[in-house]
Design a protein around this ligand. Structure first.
Ligand code: GLC
Length: 416
């Protein structure tokens, strides 16, 4: 299987977009206090009522080229789009089920096709989210937190899930990964059946951890939960910028760019990929707040990308160092200082790192002198000691990153 783009890419764009985006978390004057893409279930909207949203669905500002162009600017290497979420509405032309954005909408558009074409044009790996077990439109799909004892799940699999999974893997060229979600009561056999279909149609397509029954190609963490320690096999975290995946017009709980960057460094330092979400509005436009945050991170990545892409997890640095994050590639160690202003003009000590230093410089800061930035010495007890000299004047700076080229390929720590 071809994993390289995933392992080195580190950063992807999740897009939650569908009929629920029109509601923005509010239906008939009632606001959901849960995820906005769950509104149909949470506010108990009858299928026939929810279906009426198709009559209005006309996202004139949804522009796949623009999204891909932005994703490139933001430094993202892949896009994962909701082909069908739990509400059961397909965002592509499905021959298996007419409840889709081409056959049943005001706009008559195939969003999967539009994005597939744009991703190819902009060199982004195209991936699709597909809710394989929950489907609130098909009467035999699972519904979370409700009695599912009467459903004929086999019928749903045969009538909708399997044909649609085949469609998305057959009609849109190469799919980098298929992102399944909430497997609920699926049996090993049922998950395995989907895996076999993916393998037979697109042998290089990755399968995320939520296929169920431990059959994924890599680990998917809980939403927004960053592992506390390095994990050396491939993993990914799906994450939001506010408190919902799909657009929620009254959710102003935005992270700051600093928050996002710190999370990003935590994730990458521990070996993971950051799948960061936007929820376009009902008209297809991307919320301004998201754009601002992602622009800022994109600018940082443009200068500091070498410390992120292609890095892998290393052992945790042996000492408590709440302000330091380490990323690593063969022969290259990157030390990121969070909140660097706190340390302006001071020396940060890095102890018991036994690598031999060949060369050092500040990343993305041609204005800072690199000559005396690292003092390499030993403690009085003979332990390795590095002193990182933080300059006085840092100007605007969310994190200060040092690149340390070493003789040795690996990161070596030694306690005497
Ligand atoms: C959850 C939710 C869903 C969302 C997903 C993203 O499991 O069910 O709405 O798409 O997480 O990770």
């Amino acid at each position: 299987m071809h994993h390289d783009w995933f392992l080195s890419g580190k950063y992807g764009l999740f897009i939650h977009f569908g009929l629920y985006s029109i509601l923005g978390g509010e239906y008939n004057g009632k606001r959901t206090d849960f995820l906005s893409e769950w509104i149909m279930l949470s506010l108990d909207i009858p299928v026939k009522e929810y279906e009426k949203l198709t009559l209005q669905f006309d996202p004139v500002h949804f522009n796949a080229d623009e999204i891909c162009c932005k994703a490139v600017e933001w430094g993202m290497k892949y896009i994962c789009f909701t082909a069908k979420h739990h509400d059961g509405y397909a965002m592509f032309r499905s021959y298996a089920d007419p409840y889709n954005s081409f056959d049943n909408s005001k706009c008559r558009r195939d969003f999967v096709k539009e994005l597939a074409d744009s991703c190819r044009k902009y060199g982004i790996v195209f991936c699709l989210y597909y809710s394989q077990a929950q489907d609130w439109h098909h009467k035999d799909g699972y519904r979370a937190y409700q009695d599912n004892s009467k459903i004929n799940f086999r019928r749903y699999l045969d009538e909708k899930c399997i044909p649609q999974v085949k469609e998305i893997l057959s009609n849109y060229g190469d799919i980098g990964m298929i992102w399944f979600d909430t497997s609920m009561g699926m049996t090993y056999q049922e998950s395995k059946e989907l895996v076999n279909i993916v393998r037979s149609l697109q042998p290089n397509c990755l399968i995320n951890g939520r296929i169920g029954n431990n059959l994924g190609d890599y680990m998917t963490t809980q939403d927004n939960h960053i592992p506390a320690y390095p994990i050396k096999k491939p993993w990914e975290i799906p994450a939001t910028l506010n408190s919902s995946w799909a657009y929620k017009h009254f959710d102003n709980d935005w992270l700051t760019p600093e928050n996002v960057l710190q999370k990003f460094l935590n994730i990458v330092a521990r070996g993971g990929n950051y799948l960061l979400n936007i929820g376009p509005k009902g008209d297809g436009s991307i919320p301004e707040e998201s754009v601002k945050i992602l622009d800022t991170i994109g600018m940082w990545l443009k200068k500091s990308g070498e410390s992120i892409y292609g890095t892998h997890a290393i052992d945790t640095y042996v000492y408590e160092a709440p302000n330091l994050r380490f990323t690593h590639k063969d022969y290259e160690l990157f030390v990121h200082v969070l909140d660097p202003h706190r340390f302006a003009g001071k020396q940060i000590s890095l102890q018991n790192i036994a690598n031999t230093v060949k060369q050092v410089n500040w990343i993305g800061r041609s204005d800072l002198n690199s000559d005396n930035m690292l003092r390499v010495s030993k403690t009085l007890d003979g332990d390795p000691y590095w002193g990182l000299n933080i300059p006085e004047n840092l100007d605007e700076c969310m994190v200060l990153s040092a690149k340390i080229v070493t003789e040795e390929k690996d990161f070596i720590q030694k306690m005497l």
